[in-house]
Design a protein around this ligand. Sequence first.
Ligand code: SAM
Length: 226
Amino acid sequence: YQHEMGLVDVVLDRHLPPAGPGKKKPARQVLEIGCGPGLRLAVLRQMHGKYEPEGLDYDPAMLALARRRVRGVPLHEGDMRTFSLETRYDAILCLFGVIGYLKNLADLTTALRNMREHLVPKGVFLLEPWLSPDAVINGYLHADSACRNGLEVTRMTYTRVVGNKSRIDVHYLIGDKSGICHVDECREMTLFTDEEYRTGLRDAGFGDVVLDAYGPQGRGLYPAQV
Ligand SMILES: C[S@@+](CC[C@H](N)C(=O)[O-])C[C@H]1O[C@@H](n2cnc3c(N)ncnc32)[C@H](O)[C@@H]1O
């Protein structure tokens, strides 16, 4: 996450006035959409007073985890299509393909417009796309594992392509000294095309935004500014 947010920091520096603690260089107010358990918020908060991060997610269970991780960081429960906050942000981040949770182009445009309306003039919106139909691999299998404080977790994912959706079966084996349990879920994410992202961004009022090839997860990044 440090590496990813380092890249985000570099991109924001390119588009926004210098920031930092102190009167002359106020901290940047940043909202992360789909913040989940707050891993990226934690990194932003560590950047020496340069950012005042806030998070938004529609899942209260995720927000409860984030609340434990980043005490004092404002967290909002809401859907990216409909949330309404009073603050206008210097930057809004929609990273890690969270945008792929939206079902269709109409929802995509609605969400992008709503996020744009929460930016200050010249504010920046960074959109990291989910996989495109060209990049997704039907039948892709992946496994990884992590271990901390006596807890071992192995996650295996299997991706199927159905129309313009990726259906990802995710299975977790979670073990500690009391035994092993198995949890699984299926995530369905939309494989928007580059043209759809650009149309959505244009219709939301961001103008013509071109995908930067270099992005946090290797899928590029749309840097949009109002
Ligand atoms: C794959 S998780 C990523 C979480 C976090 N960004 C991370 O990398 O750890 C996707 C997150 O987006 C949230 N989410 C999905 N659709 C959303 C929506 N329409 N509005 C707000 N949050 C949403 C989910 O609740 C979930 O926490």
